[in-house]
Structures are given as C-alpha cells and as structure tokens.
Design a protein around this ligand. Structure first.
Ligand SMILES: Cc1cc2nc3c(=O)[nH]c(=O)nc-3n(C[C@H](O)[C@H](O)[C@H](O)COP(=O)(O)OP(=O)(O)OC[C@H]3O[C@@H](n4cnc5c(N)ncnc54)[C@H](O)[C@@H]3O)c2cc1C
Length: 381
C-alpha cells in the first residue's frame, strides 16, 4: 500500500520503518528542514557541543523491546540525569531525597527518622486534596512545598498550583535515601552521537522517502491508501473549532568558556527568577570534551499560534475542546492520529516508540484481515 506519514519525528519514523520492512511504500513529509521532530540534535558550530535543540532529551525506559529497538539503530552510552535546584539561596539535589531534606532542615536524619519527620510536618488537616497545592502540602508540608514545588510549578504552568489538579502529584514526591537518579527506569542512556543519526538510521530503508520543508496538503491524502498524522490534532482540521492549549518554551542561548554550572540541569525554584532551569548541553555527553560550553535558559509561557507546541495543558477547558476534535477525527476515514501532537498527550520517547510499534502492528494485522485501521490506537481522552 501507499502510506503517507505526516511528521518525521519518532512516531513517523518508527511507523514508517515497520511498514517499509513489511513491503509498504512510505512517504514521510515534515514541514521542518530536518528529521527527528523535537528529538533533533545537532553540533553547535562554534563549540562542537552536541545540542538538544528543542530541549534536553534523556532516554529512559522499562520496556526491553523498545530499548532493543533503539539500540539496533545507534550506540547508547550510559547516562543518568542528576538534577540540581537553586532555591532560596542554596543548591540542593533533586528529586527531593534524604540529602535534600537533611540539608534543607540542617539535620542528619536516617531514612526512618526522615520519614517520621516528614509525616509530622505534612499538613494532615487536608483530608481530600483538591489541588496540586493541597496535595503537595499534605505530602510534604509548607516549607518543602514552597522551596521545591510552588515557584517552579507556577513558572512551568503559568498558573497557581491551587488551579492545577491534585492528580499531577500522584505519589509522595520524596525519597528517603540518597538516590538522586532522576528516573527510576531499568534502561537509561544517551545516544553517543545524538538522536538525529539514530532517527536517520530508522528512516534509512529503500521503501521510505522523506521530504523535508513540505507541509501537509489535503490533496496528498488522495494519493495515499492511508495517512498517519503526527502533527497537531487540531491542526489537521485547520483549528476550525479553536486551538488546543499548549505551553511553549523559549530558549535563551549563551556560551561560556569551561564549565558554567557543573551539571546538565539546574532548576530554579524561586518565583523571582523568571526562567525555570538552565541546561548545559555538554554535560549530556560526558564522554566528550569541549573547552567551550553552550547553555539554554529555559522560559515557559502559553503557546501562541506561531509557537512550537510543547506541553499539552489538558485542563477542563481543553478536554472539552479535545472531545470535539476526537469526534471530528473519528468521522474522518483513512487517517490515524499518532504521537504526542496527534493525540494531545505528553509522551516520553519510549512511550512514543512503543505506541508507534503497536500502531504499525495493528495496521499490518488489520490489513492482512481486511479490517479498517482505527482513528486512534490510544484514545486522547
Ligand atoms: C521540552 C521537552 C523535553 C523532553 N524531554 C524528554 C526526555 O528527556 N525523555 C523522553 O523520553 N522524552 C522527552 N520528551 C518527549 C519527546 O520529545 C517526544 O516523545 C517525541 O518528540 C514525540 O515524537 P513525535 O514524533 O510524536 O512528535 P514530534 O517530535 O513533535 O514530531 C512531529 C513532527 O511533525 C511535524 N509536523 C507537524 N505538523 C506538520 C504538518 N502540517 N506538515 C508536515 N509536518 C508536520 C513537525 O514538524 C514534527 O517534526 C520531551 C519533550 C519536550 C517537549
């Protein structure tokens, strides 16, 4: 079959590769001038540092099949994200762990003592937390909440944590040991040469053609037996019902000779610092050595029509508009909506790849049984 895939990010690449290997003819288009979507990396021409152009990407997963899949296309080197935060005039370790707690309160508690201490300072008068703020206060009490959660969350989401749902903080966001590895997953790493060569290798198949700087036109669908859409769900319908809300990021680039901050990610928890974090990209490739350094100051704000949509907001208002777009999509035959934009969900890379593999699998098994491909493999709702 002739398949059109809109978007040369991970979703389009993985679906395209699986279908190409099964003998289908895959045309992949992307409006950008490069492949890789938001995972795109490139070397900074001035310093030689490998840059995560759309923000830092650390690969982490428990899905062994996905881990084997990415390792088929590139070499991964060990990398663990160890985030620091500057808050109220001091530098602490994140996620909040025993080191953070002992340093913050000037104590030398062991795990059980710290657990009892946090239970004591937690606001247990809140029985059924309704908001992010109430949930955080109930879990960790006011001091830790204000130092490590409040300001950062306000800057990230542009609203008070009293307006965010409690469900964002599902579990106690504190560790009672000295583990400062940001992620829990079994497999963690970074592609040695960045993500772009990995995605290039995924796309390198005789049944795949990639056209860059090519935006989707409805007439393109007429030439295809099926379309996989990894662009914005509302964008497919020309935003005719309105725009789904996103947060976007502004990256303010600056350079430094030597080592600027000594770590890859430094968060800024205080409300009066306008940025949320500074990322120093050479620390994402610790096996490389560069004299110069490139950093991004990261600012978060509401996305305007011409901005890159990064984080779906998914509050009550957006969810109601989302249901209307889902209905429209379901009434559109021949198109499957995939990936982070096509399903309006935040997806880590491993989840994106898993869903792309499942989507391609469903297409292949459905095609052999003459079944119609579903509009969504994972419901956005
Ligand atoms: C700031 C940030 C940090 C992240 N960090 C991590 C991390 O550390 N670890 C992790 O696992 N995941 C991370 N992610 C998630 C990761 O970026 C996604 O999982 C991944 O990019 C999703 O791939 P995708 O192909 O679905 O979407 P995208 O990468 O967005 O690709 C979609 C592509 O479609 C193209 N497109 C859109 N509309 C059209 C159109 N009309 N015509 C043609 N082309 C179009 C776009 O140009 C884009 O290239 C992060 C995400 C963000 C926002």
């Amino acid at each position: 079959m002739k398949v059109l895939l809109v978007g040369a990010g991970l979703s389009g690449a993985v679906i395209g590769r699986t279908l190409a290997e099964a003998g289908h003819d895959c045309r992949i288009i992307d409006s950008r001038s490069h492949i890789g979507g938001n995972c795109y990396t490139e070397r900074d021409p001035e310093t030689g540092v490998m840059m995560h152009v759309y923000g830092p990407h650390i690969f982490h997963t428990d899905d062994e099949e996905v881990w084997n899949y990415v390792n088929r296309f590139t070499t991964f080197l060990p990398f663990q994200n160890r985030v620091k935060t500057t808050s109220q005039g001091a530098v602490y370790s994140l996620p909040v762990n025993l080191h953070t707690i002992n340093q913050f309160f000037g104590k030398t508690m062991r795990p059980d003592e710290a657990r009892d201490f946090i239970t004591e300072i937690a606001d247990t008068s809140i029985e059924e937390p309704q908001s992010f703020e109430e949930q955080a206060l109930r879990f960790v009490g006011r001091d830790l909440y204000e130092a490590f959660f409040k300001g950062y969350t306000e800057k990230q989401w542009g609203c008070s944590p009293t307006e965010l749902p409690a469900s964002i903080l599902k579990r106690l966001p504190v560790r009672f040991n000295y583990d400062d590895n940001y992620f829990f997953h079994r497999f963690q790493g970074m592609p040695r040469d960045g993500y772009t060569p990995m995605i290039e290798a995924i796309l390198d198949h005789p049944n795949i053609t990639v056209e860059l700087e090519t935006s989707y036109e409805p007439a393109m669908a007429d030439e295809a037996d099926h379309v996989f859409w990894s662009g914005p769900l509302d964008g497919f319908f020309d935003y005719r019902l309105g725009r789904l809300g996103y947060r976007t990021l502004d990256f303010e680039r600056f350079t430094h000779e030597g080592d600027y901050q000594g770590c890859a990610v430094m968060n800024y928890g205080d409300r009066d610092v306008p940025y949320t974090r500074i990322t120093e990209h050479k620390h994402f490739s610790p096996w490389e050595s560069h004299e110069g350094s490139v950093c991004y100051r990261e600012y978060s704000r509401a996305a305007e029509p011409d901005d890159i949509p990064y984080y779906p907001i998914r509050m009550v208002e957006e969810k109601s508009l989302l249901s209307q777009y889902v209905e429209l999509a379901q009434a559109t035959p021949g198109v499957t909506f995939v990936g982070r934009l096509g399903t309006y969900r935040y997806l880590d890379m491993d989840v994106t790849i898993r869903e792309a593999m499942d989507t391609a699998g469903s297409f292949l098994s459905g095609a052999s049984m003459g079944k119609t491909m579903p509009t969504f493999i994972k419901s956005p709702l």
